[in-house]
Design a protein. Structure first.
Length: 104
């Protein structure tokens, strides 16, 4: 995972909490495989979305000087719905920081 959303440690904690919640549901060693499949299913979409978001932010923040960079800067100054900076996106912030690994 790229560092541009600063989510590496947070995702490790979410992984642990989600895995613990899945393992807590089982009572037999034979159920471990299914618990791991459930864990993977619960985590995959979120982790992929964060990974894609981190890559996108990294690419956006590292434009070389020029037209693309100037357009990005103008969008960031405008602070509207098209702001390429995910840190300024209220909906994304709520999704990223409001996650409950035990219930989501």
């Amino acid at each position: 995972m790229l560092p541009f959303l600063a989510q590496g440690a947070a995702q490790a904690i979410e992984d642990g909490a989600t895995l613990a919640s899945e393992l807590d549901k089982i009572s037999k060693v034979e159920e471990i495989e299914q618990a791991l499949k459930n864990y993977q299913k619960r985590r995959m979409r979120r982790v992929q979305t964060i990974q894609i978001g981190a890559r996108s932010i990294g690419e956006t923040w590292h434009f070389p000087d020029g037209d693309e960079q100037e357009e990005r800067d103008a969008q960031m100054r405008a602070k509207d719905d098209h702001n390429p900076n995910k840190w300024s996106d209220q909906e994304f912030q709520h999704w990223l920081f409001g996650w409950n690994a035990f219930t989501d």
